[in-house]
Design a binder for this molecule. Sequence first.
Ligand SMILES: C[S@@+](CC[C@H](N)C(=O)[O-])C[C@H]1O[C@@H](n2cnc3c(N)ncnc32)[C@H](O)[C@@H]1O
Length: 279
Amino acid sequence: MTARPMTGASPPDDDQDAVGRRAASRAADDSGDAARTTHFGFRDVPESEKAARVHGVFTSVASRYDIMNDVMSAGVHRLWKDAMIDWLAPRPGQRLLDVAGGTGDVAFRFLARAPGSHATVLDLTQPMLEEGRRRAEAARLAGRLAWVTGDAMALPFADDSFDAYTIGFGIRNVTRIEDALSEARRVLRPGGRLMVLEFSRIPVPALQWAYDRYSFNVIPAMGQAIAGDRDSYQYLVESIRRFPDQEAFAGMIRAAGFDLVRFRNLTLGVAALHSGWKL
Ligand SMILES: C[S@@+](CC[C@H](N)C(=O)[O-])C[C@H]1O[C@@H](n2cnc3c(N)ncnc32)[C@H](O)[C@@H]1O
């Protein structure tokens, strides 16, 4: 695996967060159309602003991110991440790129399943990675991990570098999902696999309605009570509603050139796993 000089495993005393902010704005500039808009939750914003807003949300929630995940999902996010790694079925010695890897939940599970494997965790938000790095040191996994600040839409790695690419609850935050999928395919080796875990749609309208009531009424209030931050959690629930449903997202993965694209619903479709191969 080769990282372009722009970044690399981030030394703790570096201002790598500035790297993340620059990466985000460079990727936005590269769109060639500063006037294009996208959504940030339920609001429309210029594409060039979205990454900075997302960065602000995750900077704000980083120190409480793990505990909030457990509280909001009653621990179920752990089962979903286990299911992701079950389906991925890591093998010894494999190289994983975990994009939007945050505090490392997906990467840690991968390493635990595959002796001699290595994981690179890339994220836009340095404070999320710092939380992950602390956890890795406590779990004595630091030697098998690299932490890289960067943008899913412009990965700082050579073509064909990784055996597996994962992204857990990250892709809905990315400004141009098509660009992230195209980058995922580029950095995977032929025969490599993409695995996406994301919130999705419950195909039973009455259940989706009940789940929406929970999301919009309870989660921002919990965010306020536990993390002192209602707005970030309001964004999180809105961003879930804006993300394409299972079939539409599978179509985007196929359009990016992946083969054998499949999905599995988790907890009735509250979340879904999507898998695709670079053949
Ligand atoms: C909800 S957290 C998920 C963290 C972790 N994967 C997990 O499942 O617990 C979303 C993460 O996506 C990151 N993120 C958002 N947009 C990104 C982008 N364009 N490139 C890389 N990371 C991004 C955020 O900084 C945040 O850490």
